[in-house]
Design a protein around this ligand. Structure first.
Ligand code: PEP
Ligand code: CO
Length: 445
């Protein structure tokens, strides 16, 4: 193996990259990115690694969630705050039900690049490049919007900074304070059985906190703050490499997010994405699914964590309900034999996507829940542990996934479908899912 540098991936085969028509302005944008202040620090990344190492020991449960694809147009305060509200509500429910600390990781502040199944899209005889996320091009079906534009790299970086800054400021200002969970109510959520159960749980927790503080005569200060880490798919490697810097400890960190992950379509062991990720000191996620053989996984584990360091690898499986039982046990066995400390997450979204008769991309709540519950079961049966979930969700009142307490139908999807890529759980569905996990998995905790 040759020496790693932030650019050594350039010598390896690579998939899912756009072709920029203007290499000079691409270079200028990358040079500018390289000199900008980082979005996160190496110290924070080391902190996350320590927390993930603890999670691998069973000390906490990971909730990773957010948009499939963020967009510049949705870099708005209400949308950012609502996403944070849902993640806080869900983590409260999970902490209570699983009797475990919850580590929150947002799919946000940089989730702007998307892998696509085809390089081009044809409509009415016109063939244009596929939409690859706001980091690369625009979703509108015009030649101008679909041409990759280097200026978008700078805009994505700026929107990531704005999002992260707002979340940090909200948390610092007491928004996540467990003494005031009423901050987390979503105005649009109406009274359903789930919302009622959630309100009851919040009242119970408020009482318990109040009781403890009266008893001890002290305010529980540490309830004021939570940490929220940022993550995205490390897809457009020119962007990721430009944000990669050497720290004083000598290691290289991707300072564009705390946790980058390698997508299903770019996880070939001898390809560029694995080459890039093997040299950075961030924790790294790998998506696994149907078609990944034990040998392939073994190669990935060796390439990405040859020293078997704790807190380094998250394996995020996304098989689809009905396929997990068949595919997962062999991979669990591979990890067990390798002696690798990993954290297993279940992504019950990406294996459960289908189109309705009207051609609308959706996922059904019951399939999502079924895959998640099967994941808990299979890990337990194999002597392993499911350490977290990876979800596509929003705090907005969208209708993108069918089912859930309101039984959203294929017809309902036409009302408020806003995602430009994959369908997300809305706030109510996300909360309902957290409650179901808490009830089912918590009962055995
Ligand atoms: C995603 O997480 O949005 C995604 C494209 O997932 P996967 O790589 O698992 O298909
Ligand atoms: Co997606």
């Amino acid at each position: 193996m040759t020496a790693w540098t932030p650019d050594s991936w350039r010598d390896a085969p690579i998939l899912q990259q756009p072709r920029y028509p203007d290499p000079i302005s691409l270079q200028a944008a990358l040079d500018e990115l390289r000199q900008r202040p980082p979005l996160v620090t190496a110290g924070e990344i080391r902190g996350l690694r320590a927390e993930l190492a603890a999670a691998q020991q069973g000390d906490c449960f990971v909730l990773q969630g957010g948009d499939c694809a963020e967009s510049f147009a949705e870099c708005r305060p209400e949308i950012i705050a609502n996403r944070l509200r849902v993640l806080l509500q869900m983590s409260l429910v999970l902490t209570h039900g699983l009797k475990q600390r919850v580590l929150r990781i947002g799919r946000f502040a940089g989730q702007y690049a998307k892998p696509r199944s085809a390089d081009t899209e044809t409509r009415d005889g016109l063939e244009l490049p596929s939409f690859r996320g706001d980091l690369v091009n625009g979703p509108e079906f015009t030649a101008q919007a679909r041409a990759p534009q280097p200026a978008r790299l700078l805009q994505a970086h700026a929107c990531s900074a704005l999002s992260l800054n707002y979340v940090r400021a909200l948390i610092e200002g007491g928004f996540a304070d467990l003494h005031h969970p009423e901050n987390w109510d979503l105005a649009w959520m109406q009274h359903t059985a789930q919302v009622g159960a959630y309100e009851k749980l919040v009242a119970e927790i408020e009482n318990a906190v109040g009781f403890f503080e009266t008893l001890s005569g002290q305010r529980m200060e540490h309830l004021d703050r939570v940490r929220l880490y940022s993550s995205h798919e490390a897809l457009l490697l020119a962007y990721e490499a430009a944000l990669t810097h050497q720290d004083r400890d000598g290691a290289y960190y991707n300072l564009g997010c705390h946790l980058p992950w390698i997508g299903m379509r770019t996880a070939q062991p001898d390809h560029a994405h694995v080459e890039y990720c093997r040299g950075i000191a961030n924790p790294v996620g790998i998506k696994l699914g149907p078609g990944m053989s034990p040998e392939w996984l073994q190669e990935l584990l060796e390439a990405l964590n040859p020293e078997r360091q704790p807190g380094r690898l998250l394996l995020i499986h996304r098989f689809g309900a009905g396929r997990l039982e068949q595919g997962l046990p062999d991979l669990i066995e591979t990890v067990r034999r390798s002696g690798q400390p990993v954290l297993w997450l279940c992504d019950p979204m990406h294996g459960n996507t289908h189109s309705t008769a009207d051609g609308i991309k959706t996922r059904d709540f019951s399939a999502i829940l079924e895959e998640l519950l099967a994941a808990f079961r299979v890990h337990r049966a194999c002597g392993s542990r499911l350490g977290g979930v990876h979800l596509e969700l929003t705090g907005e009142d969208v209708t993108e996934c069918t089912g859930g307490a309101r039984s959203l139908s294929a017809e309902d999807l036409k009302r408020r479908y806003q995602s430009t890529v994959d369908p997300r759980l809305n706030g109510e569905q996300a909360l309902e899912l957290a409650m179901a996990i808490a009830t089912e998995a918590g009962a055995r905790a």
